[in-house]
Write a protein of this length. Structure first.
Length: 194
């Protein structure tokens, strides 16, 4: 056989955490669902050749989109005159960053070409926390065999603008944002059943 398969312990990923959830079913005109998650995911963050001697001290760290804490809550309320309102909120810690520095033959004597060297464990610094609140208001209108439901939806109601992605290479552009949370969006819609 030309392929040899192995499971190296350096490639293991470990998750430790706890999930908490609450659920209040629809009664008395309202319902509520929510949850919280606390945990950490650690693993080998260096991809490619594990024999490469660059940054041996920082091979392991926060893995993937490791989120130490996250909260989510959503609910529905039935209002008078066939109106109903719903809202969903989420709040979670920022994703881990992997700060690096580019080293080339002008900055150090290298046996290889230009290298990207990891300067601290992944997750030592993180993107900013993300909070979002979405809400909706609708009204059910019955006309003989037809039901109309006009609605208005608000996404990112508080107009948060957390940085989602930024430059993590040390240098003049370090921490320059390249992507931010989408701004407030208001959508009008109509559902028709017949």
């Amino acid at each position: 056989f030309s392929n040899v398969w192995s499971n190296e312990p350096e490639l293991d990923v470990d998750y430790q955490g706890v999930d908490i959830s609450v659920n209040k079913r629809m009664s008395n005109g309202w319902s509520l669902m929510g949850g919280a998650n606390f945990g950490k995911t650690r693993g080998t963050v260096i991809t490619g050749d594990l024999n490469n001697p660059n940054s041996p001290d920082f091979r392991r760290g926060a893995f993937g989109n490791d989120v130490p804490w996250a909260y989510r809550l959503s609910g529905v309320v039935e209002l008078p005159f066939q109106f109903s309102s719903s809202a969903t909120t989420s709040d979670y810690s920022g994703f881990p960053e992997l700060p690096t520095v580019v080293v080339n033959s002008r900055t150090a004597v290298l046996t290889q070409a230009t290298q990207s060297v990891i300067v601290s464990e992944r997750g030592t610094t993180r993107f900013p926390n993300v909070f979002q609140l979405d809400a909706s208001l609708r009204r059910r209108i019955r006309l003989q065999n037809t039901t109309l439901e006009p609605r208005i939806d608000f996404y990112n109601l508080t107009n948060e603008s957390s940085v989602q992605r930024r430059v993590t290479v040390l240098g003049p552009a370090y921490a320059r944002p390249s992507d931010v949370q989408r701004g407030r969006l208001i959508k009008f819609g109509m559902s028709v059943e017949f």
